[in-house]
Design a protein around this ligand. Structure first.
Ligand SMILES: NC(=O)c1ccc[n+]([C@@H]2O[C@H](COP(=O)([O-])OP(=O)(O)OC[C@H]3O[C@@H](n4cnc5c(N)ncnc54)[C@H](OP(=O)(O)O)[C@@H]3O)[C@@H](O)[C@H]2O)c1
Length: 323
């Protein structure tokens, strides 16, 4: 079957390790089932894999892609929870299972015609979402949902700063946050993306590092080094940074004096549970929120999608369809 896979690791030139071509049909372990892919979405995670972050060369070749919507073996329309884990090992929360992985880390991912997944990870696709929209939810939108509603500790009406407005997680934060009644401020390197953020529902969009009209209650960080100092400076005393990514680098100065003197909290966040994905689907139904899609490409042209993400060109999600 056709698939986009990591054939080798190259930290500096991730596209060099990407191949699009034939791979064997999925092997289906006990308790797993096969999903026929209708749409799969690109996450920065797939670029990290090609750079060798979170994976070692002995796992290659591996099919990339965490997210998928498609049809199960009985012909039902499904969306797949991307976290491969045992909830019992995480005291009821599969994201806390120490052996947790995502599709494409230990098992082949979703950039293919078919993918094997644990039966437990199947959820019914909401009829109000297209396959392309549903395939945006399991990583970027679920992460945004947990950052805002699980980790931020602020109520609707609070002011939330979203760093790096163009990204998949960031656009999800703007859309979900707006629909839930937060005042959303955003930053982006690009003026066009700042305008887009406001159209999406951000109240204001600022260039990176801008002095804000007032300090915010919480900051949603996925950019890392490039925005960390601004995130710390932008918080009110007692405010909280929720961090789920570090695209621009993972080792900014910690500024410990500022953290303790203004009594800030820094909280890490990764993905969400199957139950939260179910509630996120319902949230989309109830609020009318629809994931923002930057472009849809045939899987055969996956390389173009990766190149756009590496260049930081997209606003929203890049989707691949196998047919
Ligand atoms: N913890 C989790 O469960 C989880 C889940 C999903 C994603 N993540 C992580 O979160 C990050 C974002 O993922 P994504 O899929 O949303 O990626 P993406 O769509 O490629 O977005 C990249 C983001 O980085 C910003 N950015 C990149 N380089 C920058 C720089 N030098 N200066 C300022 N901003 C920069 C972009 O902002 P502008 O272009 O608007 O400036 C954009 O928001 C990744 O590192 C990913 O690994 C973690």
């Amino acid at each position: 079957m056709l698939a986009a896979f990591a054939a080798r690791i190259d930290a500096d030139d991730p596209l060099r390790g990407l191949e699009v071509g034939e791979r064997p049909e999925p092997r289906v372990p006990d308790g797993w089932t096969t999903v026929t892919v209708r749409a799969a979405t690109l996450n920065h995670h797939d670029v990290w894999t090609l750079r060798g972050v979170g994976i070692s060369a002995d796992r290659l070749p591996i099919i990339l892609g965490c997210d998928v919507a498609g049809t199960d073996e009985d012909g039902n329309d499904v969306v797949v929870h991307a976290v491969i884990a045992d909830p019992d090992a995480g005291d009821g929360d599969e994201t806390l299972d120490p052996r947790r992985s995502l599709l494409s880390e230990r098992y082949d991912g979703t950039f293919a015609e078919r993918v094997a997944v644990p039966r437990r990870n199947l959820l019914p696709k909401s009829a109000v979402l297209s396959f392309e929209e549903a395939a945006c939810l399991p990583t970027a939108y679920l992460t945004a949902y947990e950052m805002l509603f699980g980790k931020a500790g602020v109520q609707p009406g609070a002011t939330v700063l979203v760093q790096g407005a163009g990204g998949g997680v960031a656009t999800a934060l703007i859309l979900i946050g707006r629909a839930a009644g937060y005042r959303i401020w955003a930053t982006s390197r690009s003026e066009a993306k700042r305008e887009r953020a406001v159209k999406l529902g951000a109240d204001h969009a600022f260039p990176p590092g801008a002095r804000l009209p007032e300090r915010v209650d919480a900051v949603m960080e996925t950019v890392g080094e490039a925005t960390w100092a601004h995130s710390l400076r932008s918080l009110r005393p007692g405010g909280r940074i929720v961090i789920a990514g570090a695209t621009s680098g993972q080792a900014p100065p910690a500024e410990l004096n500022r953290v303790f003197f203004t009594q800030l909290s820094v909280v890490g966040s990764t993905m969400g549970t199957r139950g939260q994905l179910l509630r996120l689907l319902r949230f989309c139904e109830q609020t009318g929120v629809r994931p923002l899609i930057d472009r849809v490409l045939p899987l055969a042209r996956a390389r173009d999608g990766f190149a756009a993400m590496i260049a930081g060109e997209q606003t929203g999600k890049i989707v691949f369809t196998p047919r």
